[in-house]
Design a protein around this ligand. Structure first.
Ligand code: ITT
Length: 194
C-alpha cells in the first residue's frame, strides 16, 4: 500500500496539474523542495530523464517518487526542442523563437510528450508510461492559461491554443492527462491488491 509519493519536479505548472488530478485520491503527492532538488537531465530520452529525476528524489526522501519529463516536439524543426524544451524555454523568447523559426513554413505539426516514471524508495522503476498529444503550432501567442508552451499549441480537433483552454479541459485530453489516467489505474490496482 502506498500512501504518499514524492513528486520529483520543481515546475509549478506540473505540480498544480498533479494536485488537481489527485485531489480526491487517498494517495497524497508531495512536491520536492527546489532547495534540495536539482537533477542534471543527461539522458537522451524523455523516459530516461524521468527515471534520473525519480531516482534522485527517492534517494533524497527515501520515499516512493514520481517524475515527469515532458516537452514539445516540432516536426519542421526536426522534433526540437524535444528533451531540451525546458532549457530552450528558460533562455527566454522560447515561444517567439519557435514562431519565428516556422515563419513561412506550411508544416506546423507538433506534439507534446509526457513520460512518467514511478520508483520505489530503493530507486527501482515500478511503473512507467509515455503519452503523446498531437496538434499544430499557432501563428501567434494566445491565451494566459496553463504554462510553458501552452499559448502556441493548438490541439488536434480544437481551434484555440491550450493557453485559451480551461485547465480542466486540458487535463482531460493532454499528454499529461493521459499519462495521469494510466497512473491512476496502476495506483488503484496496487493499493487494492496489496
Ligand atoms: P522538472 O524537470 O523539475 O519537472 P522542468 O520544467 O525542467 O521541471 P522538463 O525538464 O520536463 O521540466 O521540461 C519540460 C518543458 O516542456 C518545460 O519547458 C515545460 O514548460 C514544457 N512543457 C511540458 N509540459 C507542458 C505542458 O503541458 N504545457 C506546456 N508546456 C509544457
Amino acid at each position: 500500500m502506498i500512501s504518499e509519493i514524492t513528486l520529483a519536479t520543481t515546475n509549478k505548472g506540473k505540480v498544480s496539474e498533479f494536485e488537481r488530478a489527485f485531489e480526491n485520491f487517498k494517495i497524497k503527492f508531495k512536491a520536492i523542495s527546489a532547495d534540495i532538488f536539482n537533477c542534471p537531465e543527461t539522458a537522451s530520452t524523455f523516459l530516461g530523464n524521468a527515471m534520473l529525476k525519480a531516482q534522485m528524489a527517492a534517494n533524497i526522501t527515501q520515499n516512493y517518487a514520481l517524475a515527469d519529463d515532458s516537452g514539445l516536439c516540432v516536426k519542421a524543426l526536426g522534433e526540437e526542442p524535444g528533451i531540451y524544451s525546458a532549457r530552450y524555454f528558460e533562455k527566454g523568447q522560447g515561444l517567439q523563437k519557435i514562431l519565428s523559426s516556422l515563419q513561412g513554413s506550411s508544416n506546423r505539426q507538433a506534439y507534446f510528450i509526457c513520460a512518467l516514471v514511478l520508483v520505489n524508495p530503493q530507486g527501482q522503476v515500478i511503473w512507467q508510461t509515455e503519452q503523446k498529444w498531437n496538434g499544430l503550432i499557432s501563428q501567434q501567442i494566445k491565451g494566459d492559461k496553463g504554462f510553458g508552451y501552452d499559448p502556441i499549441f493548438i490541439p488536434e480537433g480544437l481551434n484555440c491554443t491550450v493557453g485559451e483552454l480551461e485547465p480542466a479541459i486540458k487535463e482531460e485530453i493532454s499528454h499529461r492527462g493521459k499519462a495521469i489516467n494510466e497512473l491512476k489505474s496502476f495506483l488503484q490496482f496496487i493499493n487494492v491488491s496489496s
